[in-house]
Design a protein around this ligand. Structure first.
Ligand code: UDP
Ligand code: MG
Length: 316
């Protein structure tokens, strides 16, 4: 039987402090799986340098010289985690039966990679999601914002795998399907489940970041969530419509109240009943315009079909 080729793809942005350790552990794992006869000799580990400003690329090039299982891909500038990962998947899927994506900081437990490969090999499962069991090592803030993120996404009708980030095995079939999604605003956690085929889950405990600091500050996290919602759901547009119905009902009530008070009291209704609805309606209209504008902005970037990344250099 032909042995399967597995590639582990890891996007790196300013990860010089953790890269050696990551490369070490992952290449040891690959070596172990090769000796066990589970995967082919041609299996590899690929680092995608997402326009880092530190010595990340220097380290990657050195690693590729020392270890023939390690490959490196340098992008022309920082394009963000999702695009960098996409670049890696597109670049390497033709030479592997399946690719496994994992963050460079080793927060995801590499111990379950073997289980992922087993599911793919033995049961012919096309996507295996790594799902976090608990988040005890995350800060209180990170844990709760992440929980809120999943709730919000569900509420917005975005189909996500709960507590799954970008640690997953994807077969070549899945990545070929992914390559047919031409959208510019890619949100892999939403796209992959929408492709279909058979899927499986492995559970693991999320570790603390080995070194360096999180490249997802609150601002990036919010924009990531917003990206996910507006790329996958028209629900916010519906909210605007619903809101306008509510306001309409409120206005009818307010007019009734104004009429009644005009009839029973001798006070001419004052500025309150005139000015307040004015502000209120102004606000609602602006909100509606804002949300519609967001989607139009999205359409704008989609119709331009600009390339998502450029490869500057590819090693090994
Ligand atoms: N990353 C990237 N480009 C970016 C930001 C992050 O390639 O613009 C990579 C980063 O090097 C890491 C992964 O994406 O491998 C996840 O980032 P991080 O660990 O900082 O996020 P967190 O785990 O805190 O959500
Ligand atoms: Mg991390």
């Amino acid at each position: 039987m032909k042995k399967i080729v597995i590639g582990i793809v890891s996007p790196c942005y300013n990860e010089e402090s953790v890269l050696h350790e990551t490369a070490n552990e992952l290449s040891n794992l690959i070596q172990r799986l090769i000796s066990k006869g589970k995967i082919s000799e041609n299996s590899f580990l690929a680092f995608v340098d997402d326009g880092s400003r530190d010595d990340t690329w220097k380290i990657i090039s050195k690693l590729t010289e020392e270890n023939s299982h390690i490959k490196g891909l340098k992008l022309s500038k920082n394009v963000g985690h999702q695009n960098a990962l996409h670049a890696g998947l597109m670049h390497y899927h033709r030479i592997a039966d399946a690719l496994i994506s994992i963050d460079a900081d080793l927060q995801d437990d590499i111990g379950v990679i073997e289980e992922m490969i087993d599911q793919f090999k033995d049961n012919n499962i096309q996507v295996v999601y790594g799902v976090r069991k608990e988040r005890s090592t995350d800060t209180f803030f990170k844990k709760n914002t992440a929980l809120f993120f999943y709730r919000l996404m569900r509420w917005m009708r975005v189909n996500l795998v709960y507590n799954h980030a970008d640690f997953r095995l994807m077969s070549q079939k899945i990545i070929v399907a992914l390559s047919q999604y031409e959208e510019v605003n890619i949100f892999l956690r939403g796209i992959i489940p929408s492709i279909g085929f058979s899927s499986g889950i492995v559970y693991y405990n999320r570790q603390e970041r080995r070194a360096g600091e999180s490249k997802y500050p609150l601002k990036k996290m919010i924009s990531f969530a917003w990206e996910g919602i507006t790329s996958f759901s028209n629900f916010p547009l519906k909210v605007v419509t619903m809101l306008s119905f509510c306001v309409f009902a409120l206005c009818i009530l307010a007019s009734l109240y104004a009429l009644i008070s005009l009839y029973f009291t001798h006070v001419v209704p004052g500025w309150f009943s005139t000015v307040l609805p004015l502000y209120f309606l102004g606000g609602v209209q602006l909100l509606g315009l804002g949300i519609i504008g967001e989607y139009i902005g999205k359409i704008y970037s989609e119709v331009k079909k600009r390339p998502k990344y450029f490869v500057e250099e590819s090693l090994n």
